[in-house]
Design a protein around this ligand. Structure first.
Ligand SMILES: Nc1ncnc2c1ncn2[C@@H]1O[C@H](COP(=O)(O)OP(=O)(O)O)[C@@H](O)[C@H]1O
Ligand SMILES: [Mg+2]
Length: 296
């Protein structure tokens, strides 16, 4: 699958992911942990694309059964007759045939699903319950999981994340994805919104970081009293820059920011969010883009 041409990987995390893939054995599966929109999924897609590996994506959710990843019998029709056919699940296909197996947001998995995945993430012979069949890991099958939390269970931001047992978590090598730094983000924005003036792109990045300071603290480690819950991710930043352009010169920045971000901010955070916007943009936020383009 072709990856996002606008994606610019973080050098350090990208290199370590390559080290993991290129090592003779994958003793541990690769766990990418980081806040929403820090590029976890994009990194896995990027690796698959650049290394020319097939990628099997499993979007984990709480009500998923082991059969959803292992496979099950399905009804099909052949010569006007109904037949049962074996259908391997995506994880089983990747395990047998090789490629990257991306278990996206696997901290959403139920205990039942996690147990079914133990042998899989370890690279051991993996029994598929439904078929009474055991499959072996292809030497070029690489298992990557992404998660917002380290499976601590209840998290005020990621309320659908589940507690995961230590035994499962210790089967992963963890890399932490961060929001790109200012220089990287300005490169990313330049790609996405080349027609916006530089001063506006810089203010967009400034706003993103002001929100992250208030949510995660100046060191982005969560060390802050009374954090706001909303997260101004790279995803939001790019979307805003993009929609400022598509909303056109007669609409205000506030209109597009409302649409991509502020409307989704909870009531508790709304007042602080508005203060942060005013602090960075002042009156400019209520001006149509046209006026800001004329500004030097
Ligand atoms: N390093 C990056 N370079 C370019 N775009 C990025 C980068 N990181 C994140 N993005 C943008 O943010 C979006 C969300 O990234 P994604 O990988 O889905 O986040 P996550 O899986 O961590 O929640 C991407 O679609 C992309 O537009
Ligand atoms: Mg993701």
């Amino acid at each position: 699958i072709a990856s996002n041409p606008m994606y610019i990987p973080d050098i350090d995390v990208g290199k370590l992911a390559l080290v993991w893939i290129m090592a003779p054995h994958q003793l541990l599966a690769l766990g990418l942990q980081g806040h929403t929109g820090t590029g976890k999924t994009e990194l896995a897609l990027y690796l698959a694309d650049r290394l020319n590996l097939p990628i099997y994506i499993v979007k984990i959710h709480a009500r998923m059964n082991p059969q959803d990843i292992e496979g099950s019998y399905v009804l099909d029709s052949e010569n006007n007759q109904t037949i049962t056919r074996k259908e391997y699940g995506p994880a089983a296909k990747a395990y047998r045939n090789g490629g990257i197996l991306l278990m996206d947001e696997f901290d959403k998995a139920s205990g039942e699903l996690t147990s079914a995945m133990h042998l899989l993430v370890e690279g051991k012979p993996w029994p598929l319950e439904m078929f009474k069949e055991t499959i072996m890991k292809h030497p070029q099958c690489f298992i990557i999981g992404t998660a917002n939390t380290y499976g601590n269970g209840h998290d005020e931001r990621y309320i659908t994340s589940n507690q995961m047992d230590q035994a499962f978590l210790s089967r992963f090598m963890w890399l932490e994805t961060q929001y790109p730094n200012v220089i990287q983000e300005s490169k990313i924005l330049e790609k996405f919104a080349p027609r916006l003036p530089r001063h506006l792109r810089n203010d967009i990045i400034k706003l993103a970081n002001a929100f992250r300071d208030a949510a995660l603290g100046p060191n982005r480690d969560g060390n802050i009293d009374d954090p706001i819950q909303c997260i101004f991710s790279t995803r939001v930043m790019i979307a805003w820059a993009y929609y400022i352009q598509t909303f056109g010169i007669f609409r205000t920045l506030k209109q597009s920011l409302d649409a991509v971000f502020l409307k989704s901010v909870s009531r508790d955070d709304a007042e602080i969010a508005n203060d942060i916007v005013t602090k960075v943009f002042g009156d400019d936020i209520h001006k149509p883009l046209k006026n800001l383009l004329e500004k030097k």
